[in-house]
Design a protein around this ligand. Sequence first.
Ligand SMILES: Nc1ncnc2c1ncn2[C@@H]1O[C@H](COP(=O)(O)OP(=O)(O)OP(=O)(O)O)[C@@H](O)[C@H]1O
Ligand SMILES: [Mg+2]
Length: 501
Amino acid sequence: MLLEMKNISKYFGPVAAVKNVSLQAAAGEILGLLGENGAGKSTLMNVLAGVYPADSGEIFFDGKKLEHMTNKKAREAGIRFIHQELNLVNDLTVRENLFLGEELTGRFGIVDRKEMERRSIQVLRDMGLDIDVNMDVRDLETSRKQLIEIAKALLFDAKLIIMDEPTTALTNREIDMLFSIMRRLREKNIAMIYISHKMPELFAICDRYTVLRDGMFIESGRFCDIDEGRATELLVGKNILNEVLTKDPVPEDVLMEVKQITAAGKFEDVSFHINRGEIVAVTGLHGDGRDFLAEALYGVCKIDSGEVWINGRRLSYKSVKDTLRNGVSMVQRNRKERSIIKDLTILNNFSISKFIADGSRRFVDDAREESAFLARKEGLSIKVESHNDYITALSGGNQQKVIIARCLELDSSVIILDNPTQGVDVGAKFEVYKIITQLAREGKAILIFTQEFPEIFKVADRCLIMYRGRIVKELPRNEFNEIDMMGYAVGAKTEVRHATV
Ligand SMILES: Nc1ncnc2c1ncn2[C@@H]1O[C@H](COP(=O)(O)OP(=O)(O)OP(=O)(O)O)[C@@H](O)[C@H]1O
Ligand SMILES: [Mg+2]
């Protein structure tokens, strides 16, 4: 066995994040590490990678006992960790980021730029990426940044690579690319520990699984012996996959009307409407302009021409405050870059949008905010010790739930959700779907931007498919099917679409 972690425990103050957990991984296998948000997955991996010391337990790796671990020692032993959150320095170039803290030196300790450049170019080429190693990281899209994080782990010879939700910001094509890299690594006898909340991914790429719940070990086994239902049951304690969300089809009663909006170079001539009580999904592939469209509807990406109307009023998009006041709220994609404010507490992160929207309010009503948060915490099962802690004390998925809660609290008539369930576990995903279905029943309009087909199938009444900045197809629920949807998304199928407004 390449890796054996025995009876590991890790506490944060009184919180037991990991309790007496044992885990094994063999060379040349991909182990899926599963568990709900806050189950202890990242913490256990942080212990393995020397980020935190364990409070008790032992780790054996490659025939040796690892003791007094530090990040550096873990790397020297051949353990690389692709963290859940991005750790790149925006002001440095791609090459500088790749070798940050691990600069290569030649004779006399002189930094060997040439060699670093050569290896940077090589690793990106091996990954099939066309990225200039001398550009600043800040100019890269988030998905590319995530790929740079992955490249960092491949630069050095590793025996074990830990990937903590590496695909949350990746496009489907990039995910396929990552999987082929992983298969190549597996052939080279490298072990990988793969953390994800996306069941299809886990079943596609992993050999074995280990499940944690509430910081404790639940079960290990082979993926070929279980199905998604069983995996869900192990995670959550019950099978929720078969529960259906039902919502009656809605009559035409237009709430939001988007008329021929264009943002040069981003999307073009986009028109659609959304009815009261309707859930509309917008999907497509990388480069479809979907992300810009979502931002434009919220007012953070400028529209060059066209109009957006809500309830018979035209939106001015003067400021986000204005958009919020006109009844449009949004969960933005890429939590760490766009949504969370690291230096604020959980409660402040939760109430900030409401605070901005009610700009005229002079006093902050702590008690009211607290009780509002507690209600949402219950509804979304947010795992939090104290809401006065910094948001960074929460696990990734629980941070995302706080962001969703923040948006729901605004009680807007139009709710835009861009990749809303990133990093959210299966159980909580289902809670989110239940909540938005309920909001739709109450007459709100929900616009969900996503590339996850299961999400669309679960909740949407209609689906708009984008290709290269245009909406190329609209499908009603009874015509949803993955093959057609994919066909339109890749541009293989096209149709001149007549405006629906
Ligand atoms: N730095 C920290 N300070 C205090 N508590 C923490 C810290 N990091 C994690 N925790 C707590 O430890 C528990 C486990 O968190 P962890 O991040 O390991 O969960 P996870 O399984 O990775 O969840 P997710 O799927 O949401 O990423 C949570 O209750 C979390 O709030
Ligand atoms: Mg985590």
